[in-house]
Design a protein around this ligand. Structure first.
Ligand SMILES: [Zn+2]
Length: 155
């Protein structure tokens, strides 16, 4: 089965930051402004199957990605979420962490149990971005990565 997170053209469109092990990319269907994903470059279905090197490098990479997502969204708070397995809502079988910038009164805020909101509810409020919208957003995120490179490397 084709994996969208191993597909070079999809990644070229969406990724805004990477190192030897991980990629940060913009979500196809953001639930809030700045909703990004962190994926391992290696195709790994389960988070538990990350190797030692990936486990060690993950928190720094996620921290950097959070920094950029929050700058982009002009936000200071966020959700960090992993959905492992179909029953938990994992839709792409290549493990990924969601970074979801949060603001007072945002789309998710009335729902304290937002994780249980059926996917079609998100779909109706948050349709998938067009290629042009994605390009515009990713361009801005890449600029943030470049402008703050020195600070990001300390995270
Ligand atoms: Zn994959």
């Amino acid at each position: 089965m084709e994996c969208p997170f191993c597909d070079a053209s999809n990644l070229n469109l969406r990724k805004f930051y990477e190192n030897g092990l991980f990629i940060a990319l913009y979500n196809i269907r953001p639930v809030t402004e700045g909703h990004c994903l962190v994926i391992p470059k290696r195709h790994v279905e389960s988070f538990i199957s990350l190797n030692d090197e990936e486990k060690k490098g993950l928190s720094s990479f996620v921290g950097r990605s959070i920094f950029m997502a929050l700058k982009f969204a002009n936000a200071y708070q966020f959700d960090l979420t992993l959905q492992e397995g179909k029953d938990a809502g994992q839709s792409v079988s290549h493990t990924h962490l969601h970074i979801i910038p949060r603001k007072k009164d945002d789309f998710l805020s009335p729902k304290t149990r937002w994780l249980s909101v059926p996917e079609h509810d998100f779909g109706s409020v948050n349709p998938p971005l067009t290629k042009e919208e994605t390009e515009r957003i990713v361009k801005k995120l890449r600029l943030i990565a470049k402008e703050h490179a020195v600070q990001i490397e300390t995270i």
